[in-house]
Design a protein around this ligand. Structure first.
Ligand SMILES: [Zn+2]
Length: 101
């Protein structure tokens, strides 16, 4: 990867995010998506990108089932095994839905 050593007068906040389009580090936060992921705007090329999701996405149907099982008292671990997701993924999605409602 090519690294520019250009010195800039002002110290910018470095999010550790590199523009996936042009490779620039001149990237600013640009609000959040509905699912909570951070979006960024590249000041150099003007394009936007979305932070990688921390957890695997769940299908809506699976999430509904997971919520139902959770309400019935099933543990996160058991739900994860039943639906074939990781436990942290299940936990994260259920928490997210509960916090939204
Ligand atoms: Zn860019």
């Amino acid at each position: 990867m090519l690294r520019k050593k250009a010195k800039r007068g002002k110290k910018r906040k470095d999010h550790g995010v590199v523009c996936r389009w042009c490779g620039s580090r001149n990237v600013v936060k640009n609000g959040k998506k509905a699912d909570g992921r951070q979006t960024y705007l590249c000041k150099d090329c003007g394009r936007r990108m979305v932070e990688k999701p921390k957890y695997k996405r769940m299908r809506e149907e699976d999430l509904k089932v997971a919520l139902k099982l959770r309400r019935e008292g099933m543990s996160y671990g058991a739900i994860a095994r039943t639906l074939g997701y990781g436990e942290t993924t299940i936990r994260w999605h259920i928490k997210r839905v509960l916090e939204e409602s």
